[in-house]
Design a protein around this ligand. Structure first.
Ligand SMILES: [Zn+2]
Length: 436
């Protein structure tokens, strides 16, 4: 195994050396890839010797991978590894198209577990902790990989999966479990089960003091974290950011601050690009852009300049007070959810934050786009809190408040509570009313 144990703490110069070394080897392996030699629209690709020239290569996106897997089933022409050396297959849910098949060699599985362990360690898990893992294990990467990442920290891990919540409560109490790995919405479900079946127990009695979460928005809301602290006595940590096509979990917050540390600089090269035109953007603190990733060390399905579709803000590149050199970032939205208003990017996440600051609004909103860009104002519909009477004056005041927060002009329509259609309890945030 040639990946290093403590890459998240290494000086950046040392990491650049490791990256270059890995790229030399990866470049040779990729030279044999049918995808980059033959099937990628930009094939045959001439791979640069120096890593700093990588941004001369074209970008690869999910649509290309889907088409390639459909044409070269089951793993695509970008597999680039002997079929008999694949030891694990994961499948994505296929919610936004066909299910994707993800292949891993034994080296890949070891790397995944190791890097996922960096995330969970940064978030405060380690020897002496007993953690129950409550994600579904079926097919997708998250369940099993996060289990192995939890183990990699040295903690004692109890594989539980999803469902059977009464059994979970008894197990937590019998075994003396002090930590849980779950989705951010799961504690609310546990509270229901406690109220129904264990009326003498309050959440804090379960003794879960550490929560390792990810995979759903909401965790970045300070009110959500504060509530878990008050109701459960639990510190909720975002320990779980990854891109399954690249590596399942390679970023998490540390116990010193709330931004995500990019913990895989030794094996993944990150870049920022302009989501509109794909042009490279500087990798410096404060820069926003689409996260683009290259596998520098991976046997199966190695990707070059893969567009994640995630818009991020790089928040710091200096050494964190936790000692990690790993740069820090925040996910601020998805490229397919971005609306550009007079050159200002508006994302559902930032709109939600602005709406939540207005006491007259109940938090439900929708951006309805009647035509393709450009827009000179953001068309926004928002629901009022019960008892708040709509008026032109209120619309003007709230438009101004929201516009200030978002740094753009808002075209606001106020609606009574419950007016926006819900799907599975949620409002669809962005509606495009035109053919794309
Ligand atoms: Zn840190």
């Amino acid at each position: 195994m040639t990946f290093v144990a403590d890459a998240d703490f290494l000086p950046l110069e040392k990491l650049y050396e490791i990256q270059s070394r890995h790229w030399s080897a990866q470049r040779k392996r990729l030279a044999g890839s049918a995808f980059y030699r033959q099937h990628h629209p930009a094939a045959p690709m001439k791979l640069p010797t120096r890593l700093s020239d990588l941004d001369e290569l074209p970008l690869t996106d999910k649509t290309l991978l889907r088409l390639d897997q459909a044409a070269h089933p089951p793993f695509g022409s970008y597999l680039n590894h002997p079929h008999e050396s694949i030891v694990r297959l994961h499948r994505t849910s296929g919610t936004s198209g066909q299910a994707m098949n993800l292949a891993l060699s034994s080296t890949d599985t070891a790397l995944q577990a190791h890097v996922a362990g960096r995330s969970q360690s940064a978030a405060g898990l380690g020897p002496g902790d007993t953690v129950v893992h409550c994600l579904n294990y079926q097919l997708w990467m998250g369940g099993l990989t996060d289990h192995l990442g939890l183990e990699a920290t040295g903690a004692l891990v109890v594989p539980f999966g999803s469902g059977a919540t009464q059994l979970l409560v008894r197990t937590i109490l019998d075994v003396g479990i002090n930590a849980i790995s779950c989705t951010p919405s799961y504690p609310a479900r546990l509270e229901q089960v406690l109220a129904e079946h264990f009326p003498r127990l309050s959440p804090v009695d379960l003794g879960l003091r550490k929560g390792f979460m990810g995979g759903e928005p909401g965790l970045d809301d300070p009110a959500f974290r504060q509530r878990l602290q008050e109701v459960w006595g639990m510190q909720a940590m975002n320990a779980n950011y990854g891109v399954s096509d690249i590596l399942c979990n390679f970023a998490g917050q540390c116990t010193h601050q709330n931004d995500l540390h990019f913990l895989a600089l030794d094996v993944i090269l990150p870049e920022l690009v302009d989501p509109e035109n794909g042009n490279p953007l500087p990798w410096e603190s404060g820069q926003e852009g689409e996260l683009v990733l290259t596998n520098l060390y991976k046997d199966c399905q190695p990707l070059l300049r893969f567009r994640t579709g995630d818009l991020v803000r790089l928040t710091a590149t200096d050494v964190c007070s936790c000692g990690r050199t790993a740069p820090r970032f925040r996910v601020i939205g998805r490229t397919d959810e971005m609306v550009v208003v007079r050159g200002v990017n508006a994302f559902p996440s930032s709109v939600a934050a602005a709406i939540n600051q207005c006491a007259e609004l109940n938090g439900e909103y929708r951006v309805r786009l009647p035509h393709p860009a450009p827009y000179d104002r953001l068309p926004l519909e928002a629901e009022l809190e019960p008892g708040v009477v709509p008026s032109d004056a209120l619309t003007r005041t709230l438009s101004h408040t929201l516009g200030e927060a978002l740094r753009l002009t808002v075209d606001l329509t106020l609606l009574p509570g419950g007016a926006l259609p819900r799907t599975e309890g949620k409002t669809r945030r962005l509606i495009k009313e035109y053919a794309q």
